[in-house]
Design a protein around this ligand. Structure first.
Ligand code: ADP
Ligand code: ZN
Ligand code: ZN
Length: 674
């Protein structure tokens, strides 16, 4: 009998190795799922290999209970890719592979499995598509598309284009050229934010009326996600637009990967398996020998470093695509040297009035939601601290509550000081709600809209809000980062930036890099359709390089300088890092655990010469030490190369697991917050 009797099964269980089971009913294939006994439980597993002999006692080897083979097995590539991600981010294969299947496919089949599956396969509802006129590419756009067209095999391309330079049109034509070569091709288009998918989805659908387009993001129901996933898996859909989770989709004919706004932090998972969808996109493309395009007006320093050493190919768009569009002029206003009206300089107030009188739109950008970041007692100095975190609870005036943005704790706002009874409590600083109130005072007749996470909690609220800006129903838009991203506003001619200084002087080594990306992006919302446009920044640091680079719209100047600094300081991206974070009821326990982890690291480091270039730092409490009553500390490990770091982690990670500590901990490879 040539049949292989045993299947190797990956399970979604931490630290559990691949297990071997006897093949039961059916004809198992690698990439099928099956239900297996695990102790007293039944678990869903993924068959990752088959074999005809085993080392363990035949009698001890159990059979799987049920084979699930109603859909095509997951491809060898998909298995290899998830295996790579598991090894790289220090998790088990099963944890990565299974956890990233839609719930329907990672659960044990229920009694109505076949029926549910049939329902998932029902055709998609027809979507009405707005017709968009064909554009003629400009020279730079055409060249970018041409370079990709001529290319074959793996290649990482960085599409660096100023805001409004028409990157989307380039993506569309690149996709078109891939479909021309290979009609059955499938394409993955990653976007940072679900808010941006509807706009993009519309453009993609209208450009490719004959292709089925599906989306995948956290705003969809489990059923919708499973439906989209299956359509890609079964090649009924050709284009997948999705947020970071989409990187793990099964896409058998994947031929091109696009990553829009590749610098965006949302590509890095903040909990669970801390993967970077952007980095995995490059890896996946490499494994498949296909091109990947990373687009941004402000590429991340990691990506820029790869451009500068020649690993990635640079495609540049230097001008705005709409002929009449202008780049906004930058002016920095020092609040110490001018008169202020409720914290806003008179120059800004005049500029806004000027736009309003001409019927143009303004954006006021402020990266802080709520009314005020803290309230204080004028008599005893009491501050609205969160009782569970080492931070302040933010005052939300609309709900008359103090809310902690870190743990969610909330409390009705006090009418008198809880410490001294004084009734004079005042808000300090300003968030979007307070600015909204201020501008309503200054311009009572203006139509004002605030967009931030609080104002857009209801389903579709964000989409509706943005639509009303596009429709010209708003004169002044106030908001957080949400307003900075991607939107192609036609009538915005002034962008005001308040309160960027905290970011410019933050202890976070990436603070400046992020401030630059934020500023470039929000500046990019102005002047899209012509007429003069301005960006006014209220800042005390007008002489910083960041503003010179911004005024000249010169990302390269800024990025090259920052890269040089990083190189001199021997900092990321010139070193590879992993961060072990521990949290416990008190900081000593967390630190104690990390010290044990350091001991393990030292043992490994001393055993192998290979690890002479691995540095293990002292554990330290985190800057924001306490969150939700857990006190947190971290331990940084650095190596000169990713490969060496990975070799080290492969030995160290199991050693940390074997400490069997009650302390909660996570390992973050390539952390973005160090
Ligand atoms: P980006 O993503 O680079 O910020 P978009 O793709 O949003 O820029 O394009 C900005 C604007 O330029 C859009 O209104 C788009 O329709 C327009 N546009 C793009 N390419 C061209 C072109 N070749 N000719 C005319 N307009 C264009
Ligand atoms: Zn008081
Ligand atoms: Zn809190």
């Amino acid at each position: 009998m040539s049949k292989e009797h045993y299947v190797q099964v990956a399970l979604d269980v931490p630290a559990l190795p691949i297990l071997t089971y006897k093949a039961g009913e059916g004809e198992p294939r690698v990439g099928d799922r099956c239900v297996v006994p695990l102790g007293a439980r039944r678990e869903l597993g993924l068959i990752v290999g088959m074999t005809s002999h085993i080392d363990i006692d035949e009698k001890k080897c159990k059979s799987y209970l049920r084979l699930i083979n109603e859909i095509e097995p997951l491809s060898t590539h998909w298995l290899k890719f998830t295996k790579f991600a598991a090894d790289y981010y220090q998790h088990t294969w099963g944890e990565v592979a299974l956890a990233n299947l839609p719930q329907f496919f990672r659960s044990k089949p229920g009694p109505r499995y076949a029926m549910s599956l049939a329902k998932l396969r029902e055709p998609f509802k027809a979507v009405k598509v707005k017709q968009v006129p064909e554009l003629t590419l400009n020279d730079e756009q055409a060249r970018a598309v041409e370079v990709l067209k001529k290319h074959s095999g793996f290649g990482a391309f960085v599409l660096h284009g100023v805001t409004g330079s028409g990157k989307t049109e380039v993506y569309l034509r690149m996709m078109e050229s891939v479909f021309k070569d290979k009609p059955q091709a499938q394409i993955l288009f990653l976007v940072p934010e679900i808010n941006l998918t509807p706009q993009l989805e519309g453009r993609v659908r209208s450009h490719f009326p004959d292709k089925a387009v599906v989306t995948m993001h956290s705003g969809l129901s489990q059923g919708q996600r499973a439906k989209a996933w299956l359509a890609m898996h079964e090649k009924r859909a050709q284009i997948l637009i999705g947020t970071r989770m989409a990187i793990f989709a099964s896409i058998p004919e994947l031929s091109l990967v696009l990553v829009d706004e590749e610098h965006d932090l949302s590509y890095k998972a903040g909990d669970g398996i801390r993967y970077s969808a952007r980095d995995l996109a490059v890896k996946r493309a490499q494994m498949l020998a296909i091109p990947v395009v990373l687009g941004s007006a402000t590429p991340s320093l990691e990506t820029w470093a790869n451009v500068r050493v020649g690993h990635y190919n640079l495609l540049t768009l230097t001008k705005r695509a709409v002929q009449t569009a202008v780049m906004p002029q930058l002016r920095v206003i020092d609040p110490r040297h001018c008169s202020l009206i409720k914290g806003i300089s008179t120059e800004i107030v005049e500029a806004v009035s000027d736009r309003l009188s001409r019927g143009e739109q303004c954006i006021i950008f402020l990266n802080r939601r709520g009314y005020a970041p803290v309230i204080t007692c004028t008599s005893c100095g009491w501050l609205s601290k969160c009782p569970h975190c080492s931070t302040y609870a933010v005052y939300h005036k609309d709900r008359a509550r103090l809310i902690c943005h870190h743990c969610g704790w909330s409390h009705a706002v006090y009418s008198r000081c809880p410490d001294c009874g004084n009734v004079d409590l005042i808000p300090m600083g300003a968030g979007t709600q307070r600015i909204e109130e201020t501008i309503a005072h200054l311009w009572p007749e203006a139509r004002i809209l605030r967009i931030d996470r609080d104002s857009t909690q209801r389903k579709d609220a964000a989409e509706k809000a943005f639509a009303s800006v596009h429709a010209g129903e708003v004169d002044i838009l106030v908001g957080t980062q949400m307003v900075a991203k991607g939107h192609d506003f036609q009538n915005v001619t002034l962008v005001v930036v308040l309160n960027i200084d905290a970011q410019l002087v933050s202890a976070n080594p990436r603070g400046e890099e992020r401030a630059f990306a934020n500023l470039m992006q929000v500046a990019g919302r102005a002047g899209r359709a012509g007429s003069r446009a301005e960006i006014l920044v209220q800042s005390r640091f007008g002489d910083k390089l960041i503003f010179r680079a911004l005024a000249a719209q010169d990302y390269c100047l800024f990025a090259d300088r920052l890269l040089q600094e990083r190189k001199d300081e021997y900092a990321a991206p010139f070193v590879s890092q992993a961060l072990l974070t521990a949290d416990a009821t008190d900081i000593d326990k967390a630190l104690e655990f990390l010290r044990l982890a350091v001991q393990q690291a030292e043992i490994i480091r001393n055993r192998y010469e290979d690890f002479a270039h691995v540095t293990v730092y002292d554990p330290i409490p985190m800057a924001l030490m306490r969150v939700a009553d857990r006190e947190r500390a971290q331990l940084l490990v650095e190596a000169d190369t990713k490969a060496r770091l990975n070799r080290f982690l492969r030995l160290w990670y199991p050693a940390v697991v074997s400490l069997k500590s009650a302390v909660r901990w996570t390992m973050d490879v390539d952390p973005v917050d160090v």
